[in-house]
Write a protein that binds this ligand. Structure first.
Ligand code: ATP
Length: 213
């Protein structure tokens, strides 16, 4: 489903990602692990079209997405849940969720998608009318994932979803991620905590420590 070949990128003249190769199959969880500065975020930014690739290719469902702009990547079915959630704190939870369905193909199915997402996250349903900024960290993480699901993605990309969560919430978050794959969505996530990730994630694990400059 996802095939990354010889992917390199960087910032200005400094190339930090050097020739990364990996593949992800439909419905699986692919985890990229790496220490601070091991190009985790850079890899995701390159995949999602935020920074350009200097070499290599990103193929998704047979389509070449290399160096395509972010809105084309979202239209192709790839949605990123950014590090730190990045919700709109002064908007209600419902409005935050609706903002996830800006993708052209998701607009006609917004009500159906909302109902589907709220079935996965009953806690989010209870909080629909509240300001997103008033939720706990774990609840905000659920809203961020639910908002990503509103775009009707085929591949959900998570940048360090366990960051700032207690061990119990990390466990819950990995359970939710498994739930997401049970709904037919493939997951790509980056994580820094190798031991916790290896214990909780299943599927393919790629070590990024060897790909940074
Ligand atoms: P962390 O776990 O600390 O967030 P990471 O694995 O996500 O790290 P990246 O953010 O991808 O690492 O950074 C990889 C390298 O690229 C680092 O050496 C960093 O200094 C550099 N880098 C990241 N963003 C920029 C930028 N906007 N301009 C220049 N260099 C950058």
């Amino acid at each position: 489903m996802l095939k990354v070949s010889d992917l390199s990128s960087g910032y200005g003249k400094s190339q930090v990602l050097n020739g990364l190769n990996f593949e992800g199959r439909a419905g699986e969880i692919v985890t990229l692990i790496g220490a601070n500065g091991a190009v985790k975020t850079t890899t995701l930014k390159t995949l999602c079209g935020v920074i350009g690739a200097t070499t290599g290719r990103v193929e998704f469902e047979g389509q070449d997405l290399t160096n395509r702009p972010p809105f084309d990547i979202v239209d192709a079915g790839i949605t990123m849940i950014p590090e730190g959630r990045q919700l709109f704190p002064h908007f209600t939870v419902k409005d935050n969720l609706l903002m996830g369905s800006y993708k052209r193909a998701a607009r006609p199915i917004v009500q159906r998608k909302l109902e589907e997402v709220l079935q996965i996250f009953p806690r989010v349903r209870e909080r629909l009318g509240q300001y997103a900024g008033s939720l706990s960290g774990g609840e905000q993480q659920m809203v961020a994932i639910a908002r990503g699901m509103m775009a009707d993605p085929k591949l959900l990309v998570f940048d360090e979803p366990s960051l700032g969560l207690s061990p119990l919430l990390v466990q819950q978050m990995f359970d939710i991620i498994r739930d997401v794959t049970a709904h037919g969505v493939t997951v790509l996530l980056v994580e820094q905590n190798v031991f916790r990730t290896l214990r909780l994630a299943d599927g393919t694990v790629i070590n990024l420590n060897t790909h940074s400059a």
